[in-house]
Design a binder for this molecule. Structure first.
Ligand SMILES: Nc1ncnc2c1ncn2[C@@H]1O[C@H](COP(=O)(O)OP(=O)(O)OP(=O)(O)O)[C@@H](O)[C@H]1O
Length: 235
């Protein structure tokens, strides 16, 4: 895959990643050979370590770009101030299983005893309307989406200091030993996956806007990229 960016800019993977700020301002739409402007709706898959700022970034992107945040469904009950249609679609176990049987999920899994999945309509519906979609996931989800999505852009959101992420997990002090070990293993798994993404964006402390600007720029550029196949679910 081609590298992008200069001056330590966010780069296309394919070798060693050097994250940072995109190297050059984008120009207008890229043009195909026949002169047609390519401006296709995009699917972005965003993942990164726990607490790195995924929700904060997506909330800003929604405000700015109107991108559709793909909302997962679950058979578990809402917790705390979780809201139906915002955090998840909270549906009954029977309804969830019926949707599995109907082939309505693009992907689903049992996670610590709860069923969670993303319906195809959460991706295909907005795309059909010409809207961009962002999927928030974890590293396992990213691995799955790489096989199930064509034309999607994978962004890894990272903190400026990987040691700080470990320290943050340990320092929370709220976890029992088993849960802490699980979270640290998940962190290592996320970090091992960095090179499999198209871009790495750093969310620097106190500089959320820069990370949002960078991702907005990636989206703008990738939507205009004539070499990117139209985003679609495979199968
Ligand atoms: N650039 C930043 N500077 C300072 N604080 C930030 C920044 N980005 C996010 N935060 C804060 O860090 C906390 C975690 O952010 P957020 O919930 O967006 O992360 P997340 O990756 O979605 O977390 P999780 O994976 O645990 O759901 C929030 O309190 C948020 O306000």
């Amino acid at each position: 895959m081609p590298r992008r960016g200069r001056d330590g800019g966010a780069r296309r993977c394919g070798g060693r990643l050097v994250p940072g700020v995109l190297g050059r301002p984008a120009g207008g739409h890229l043009r195909r050979g026949d002169g047609a402007v390519s401006e296709k709706p995009l699917v972005v898959v965003l993942h990164g370590p726990s607490g790195v700022g995924k929700d904060s970034v997506i909330a800003e992107l929604k405000k700015r770009l109107g991108i559709h945040r793909a909302t997962s469904s679950t058979n578990r009950a809402p917790r705390g101030d979780e809201r139906h249609g915002v955090d998840y679609y909270f549906i009954s176990d029977a309804e969830f299983r019926q949707k599995i049987a109907n082939g309505e999920f693009a992907e689903w899994a049992e996670v610590y005893g709860d069923l969670k999945g993303l319906e195809r309509s959460e991706i295909e519906g907005p795309l059909a309307e010409g809207r961009d979609v962002i999927i928030r996931t974890d590293v396992q989800g990213a691995r799955t989406w790489r096989k199930k999505l064509e034309g999607a852009v994978f962004i890894f959101l990272m903190a400026e200091d990987r040691e700080a992420l470990r320290a943050q997990l340990v320092g929370r002090g709220s976890e029992d030993a088993e849960s802490l070990a699980r979270r640290i293993a998940a962190l290592e798994d996320e970090l091992d996956d960095i090179e499999n993404n198209d871009y790495v964006v750093i969310n620097r402390h106190g500089r959320l806007e820069e990370a949002v600007n960078e991702i907005a720029e990636i989206i703008r550029r990738e939507k205009a990229n004539p070499n990117r196949p139209p985003a679609r679910l495979i199968g």
